[in-house]
Write a protein that binds this ligand. Structure first.
Ligand SMILES: Nc1ncnc2c1ncn2[C@@H]1O[C@H](COP(=O)(O)OP(=O)(O)OP(=O)(O)O)[C@@H](O)[C@H]1O
Ligand SMILES: [Mg+2]
Length: 239
């Protein structure tokens, strides 16, 4: 495999929270890779470290040791960020869909979705077109001028997904993006993620507890004994 195929690469990643009696060992020497154009599911029991892993890959929290590459770029090397501007990487390269979606409460749906593309200097025409495409796909275009508090939980979640995709990120990190959705909408979201993976050559890691979503994924990452095990979707059983 050539280096240019790497979407996300993690080598010997370790994360330990706290010290002494409060120590929590989450990962110890985890290694795996998600290529560009690959859609990976992350499955593991509650508390196994799925969110922690996504936060480290997303340059939100610091690993204890190990290496992380995003694309060809080494971003974390054992004890430090290698990149100058962690926030810039987050805004330009990564689309986050968090468990709690953190839409900005005083901005409308449309303003929430277009905020990052505006910040990174997209033209008005480009960010408006992209935002409306996404809002229409997720069936929330009629809510564009509503505030998050005026939407249902599922509608908020779809706005959060639209927002994560609005800057056409190279890497998408999604923490149970379909949890608050009915089956039909959940499948639509996963199909959209799959489509983006292929069309835009994106690397995606999606945490899910729903095995009905696995057929859309190319590989399964599972956290077992504080390491990441890579599996084929055809052979997985959800714990
Ligand atoms: N800031 C923190 N300080 C101390 N311990 C933490 C911190 N964040 C997470 N942990 C611990 O790390 C472990 C992994 O947590 P994490 O949130 O990554 O699990 P998860 O796999 O995402 O679980 P869930 O499926 O419930 O979302 C847990 O034992 C948790 O208590
Ligand atoms: Mg979690």
């Amino acid at each position: 495999m050539s280096g240019s195929d790497i979407g996300i690469k993690v080598e010997n990643l370790t994360k330990i929270f706290g010290h002494g009696d409060n120590e929590v060992r989450v990962l110890e020497g985890a290694s795996f890779e998600v290529k560009k154009g690959e859609f990976a599911a992350l499955v593991a029991p509650s508390g196994a470290g799925k969110t922690t892993l996504l936060m480290m890959i997303g340059c939100v929290i610091k690993p204890t040791a190990g290496k992380i590459w995003l694309g060809e770029e080494l971003v974390w090397d054992e004890d430090r960020w290698v990149i100058d501007d962690v926030r810039k990487i987050r805004r330009e390269k990564i689309g986050f869909i968090f468990q709690a979606h953190y839409l900005i409460p005083f901005l409308t749906v449309f303003e929430n979705v277009t905020l990052v593309p505006q910040t990174i200097g997209w033209s008005k025409e480009r960010y408006e077109k992209k935002a409306m495409e996404l809002l229409e796909y997720f069936d929330i275009a009629d809510k564009r001028d509503f505030l998050p508090s005026q939407l249902s939980g599922g509608q908020n979640q779809r706005v959060a997904i639209a927002r994560a995709l609005a800057n056409e990120p190279q890497i998408i990190l999604a923490d149970e993006p379909t949890a608050a959705l009915d089956m039909e909408r959940a499948v639509n979201v996963v199909k959209m993620l799959k489509k983006i993976t292929v069309e835009q050559n994106v690397a995606i890691i999606m945490v899910t507890h729903d095995e009905r979503m696995l057929p859309y994924c190319d590989k399964i990452l599972s956290i077992e004994h504080r390491k990441v095990v890579t599996k084929d979707p055809k052979e997985i059983k959800i714990v």
